[in-house]
Unconditional design. Structure first.
Length: 114
């Protein structure tokens, strides 16, 4: 079951390209929980999941994987990806070890603005 979506945008020479992110509610699987997510990049949909000991852990892991994929994307590095203007960032919580990659409002949210 779908838990939520967020639509980001890529500015391209052909015009804006929507990038939908979908997060699904975690489901029990054997002794753990799986939380699936999808990111609709122009090249195709990335489908992945996170595993946790309960629903909250699985969802938290999926959200952190989503933001890591966004920040590692070529669109982020080319500065073509955005969420809501004038917001600068994507509005997902970043894992602690990668917070030095945050930009703009995402950086301010974690108290890392310089």
């Amino acid at each position: 079951m779908l838990a939520g979506t967020r639509t980001l945008t890529i500015d391209s020479k052909k015009g804006p390209i929507p990038v939908e992110v979908r997060l699904y509610l975690a489901e029990p699987y054997d002794t753990v929980w799986h939380a699936r997510y999808e990111i609709d990049w122009p090249e195709g949909t990335v489908k992945s999941h996170s595993v946790g000991n309960d629903m909250i852990a699985a969802l938290h892991g999926a959200i952190e994987k989503i933001v890591t994929e966004l920040y590692m994307s070529r669109y982020h590095h080319e500065r073509n990806l955005w969420w809501v203007k004038p917001w600068n960032g994507y509005g997902f919580p970043m894992p602690k070890g990668a917070r030095d990659l945050l930009i703009g409002h995402d950086q301010e949210f974690f108290g890392l603005d310089k």
